[in-house]
Design a protein around this ligand. Sequence first.
Ligand SMILES: *Cc1c(COP(=O)(O)O)cnc(C)c1O
Length: 371
Amino acid sequence: MRYSGLIEKYRDRLPVTDSTPIISLAEGNTPLIELVNLPKILGHEVKIFAKFEGLNPTGSFKDRGMTMAVTKAVEAGSKAIICASTGNTSAAAAAYAARANIGCFVLIPEGKIALGKLAQAMMHGSTVIQIQGNFDDGMRLVQELANDMPVALVNSVNPYRLQGQKTIAFEVIEALGDAPDYHVLPVGNAGNISAHWMGYSESVRKETEACGLCNGQCPYHPKEPRASKRPIMVGNQAAGSAPFLRGEMVKSPETIATAIRIGHPMSWNLAWAAVRESGGWFNECTDDEILAAQMLLAKHEGVFCEPSSATGFAGLIKDLTAGRIKAGSTIVCTLTGHGLKDPDTAIAQSSQPHLVAADRGAIGELISRFL
Ligand SMILES: *Cc1c(COP(=O)(O)O)cnc(C)c1O
């Protein structure tokens, strides 16, 4: 049967009915790629799987949440949506709004937005509003605007976003036959780590158990547990933008990983709950560590993710080196977005093309230097 998106696939575990008008781009169903070279190169006896969310329709995991948020907005009669974004949320919102034939307004920070993401928001016909402020300013403003204007807010404070995003855990459990020992990922606004935890929790919770994430109202608990356990959750932040490490909000976050350049995470409590309940922790990684991790994945595994996405893997390298994650473990690392989103950062850190004459001899000589 043709795969037609995560709402169709998981409708028994999502808040939709038979009459809900589903807005989908066949998101989800992303590959779980086993890293075959890096565990050996880095010298660790573990199994690492990359859940490559860059292969969603707009190139990031944001599509999982956006299919739900836009579906519910359309169901409720909304004619327009609005969001603040570091880039990927606006790309997803713009695409799903186009699909639904509704308006879309996106607030993005001036500068500091990856080129590919900006191109997407513009191509899909959203109204792009560049503000003289950062993501946190934008977040505050869209909440105010959505309060008194006829626009539906589709940031991850919208509960349907996390509902859609939790399906990543369902897919991992299906692919591995159980939950992994560890699940590591980057953390910005912290919706995604919260959604991962919700998905894992719903996969093991018995119907009779209370659900801390949905006030006991949640009808999506499995009749039979699908996983025997939940993974230890490890959230990774960029050092210049690490409120979870500081234990308080960060006023002027700075990092090359623009998708997680967020000082006031909206899902603060849920993310702490995920980490504490799972026995996990938060790491911080420098920009250099993040870029090195991005390069390792690209060069040795053929997987090109954006800098923010590589932050989870950068933190994993630290934990493996420190012995915090034991040999023999199975680890899933969410790679949140595609490397093509941010070509400038990629090109700036790569070796540049060789310029030679259009001549057989000259090219042959160059090649033989690398053989
Ligand atoms: C949005 C995003 C993140 C951060 O996810 P949160 O839910 O805000 O923590 C990380 N990486 C990429 C590529 C993103 O687009």
